[in-house]
Design a protein around this ligand. Structure first.
Ligand SMILES: [Mn+2]
Length: 316
């Protein structure tokens, strides 16, 4: 971290890259870092190859998040990837990262191959906590804006402080962010308590598709492209669907498939107690954490389901 601190102090022009299918952690961490760098008198740009979820747009007034196409293509002094578990997760922005000599990776995924010139990788609850540590180390003031962004980052990646990654340090950080002005009711209302009509309808559809296997220890569900069209729902509306499968009593592994093309599915995995779904995801072009991971599969629906159920059964 000291080397990273030095680079941040010395360099002047930064590009921050978040991950595709952006979540609260990558958005909150990246934007907090952006504001901090600007406060230090640096110039900085934050880019994500992907759409900011509607429910997080309430914090987007603080600064601009560039799309890949809009992103100013200049010779940055340093490129920083936040919450990016592997280079592919940068989408089109990977091309910018790849050709740069001075790169930093700040991330909390255990499967991260440490692909930066400098890497600050610790398996903690959220990348937001690593950014928080960095700010403490550098005596960067937690403004109300930064507090809101880091709170968003850590609360979303800990399931609003309910997953097993919720440790004392992250709770202390949350307390300090609250002290610094984090508007918890505003954040929770937007992120957890308002649901679009499309997302509400998708819950019903995904439960109609529910499949249980291995005596109820595996639950699988899916949403097809036609479901999105029929229910006027968006890709981002699927995010919490896997939780309904995971919540079923007796389920250890939950699997959710989202059809991205005719014979292609994005997969989410969750486990409750002992199953390692990071390992499971690595068999399906993906990775992540022990209890939450993702991947993809290229196959017709029926074949995808049977392959997934078979592979998941081995992790029980
Ligand atoms: Mn994260």
């Amino acid at each position: 971290m000291q080397k990273i601190e030095k680079i941040i102090k010395n360099e002047k022009d930064f590009l921050i890259i978040g991950h595709i299918s952006p979540d609260g952690d990558t958005i909150g961490s990246g934007m907090a870092l952006l504001l901090a760098l600007q406060k230090l008198g640096k110039s900085a740009v934050f880019v994500i190859d992907g759409k900011i979820p509607e429910k997080m747009s309430f914090l987007m007034g603080y600064a601009k998040v560039y799309t890949f196409t809009e992103c100013p293509k200049r010779n940055y002094d340093c490129v920083i990837a936040v919450d990016v578990s592997d280079p592919e997760r940068m989408g089109k922005c990977k091309a910018i990262f790849d050709v740069h000599q001075n790169t930093i990776v700040i991330d909390h995924h255990g499967t991260n191959p440490a692909f930066g010139s400098y890497n600050y990788i610790r398996t903690v609850g959220a990348t937001g906590l690593l950014i928080y540590r960095l700010f403490k180390q550098m005596h960067i003031e937690l403004t109300k804006e930064i507090a809101n962004l880091l709170y968003l980052a850590i609360c979303t990646d800990t399931g609003n402080f309910s997953y097993s990654n919720t440790d004392a340090e992250i709770l202390y950080a949350a307390a300090e962010l609250r002290n610094a002005g984090a508007d918890i009711p505003l954040i929770i209302e937007n992120v957890y308590q308002i649901r679009s009509l499309g997302a509400t309808r998708l819950i019903g559809r995904s439960l109609e598709h529910l499949i249980l296997a291995e005596e109820g220890k595996i639950a699988l569900t899916y949403i097809l492209q036609e479901d999105f069209r029929e229910l006027f729902a968006l890709t981002e509306d699927t995010e919490e669907l896997i939780n309904y499968a995971r919540a079923i009593k007796g389920v250890e592994i939950a699997i959710f498939l989202r059809q991205s093309e005719e014979e292609e599915f994005k997969i989410s995995f969750r486990s409750k107690n002992y199953a390692d779904v990071a390992e499971l995801a690595s068999e399906f072009n993906g990775g992540g954490h022990k209890h939450a991971s993702g991947g993809k599969i290229h196959a017709p629906l029926k074949e995808a389901i049977s392959k997934l159920l078979k592979a998941a059964a081995k992790k029980l």
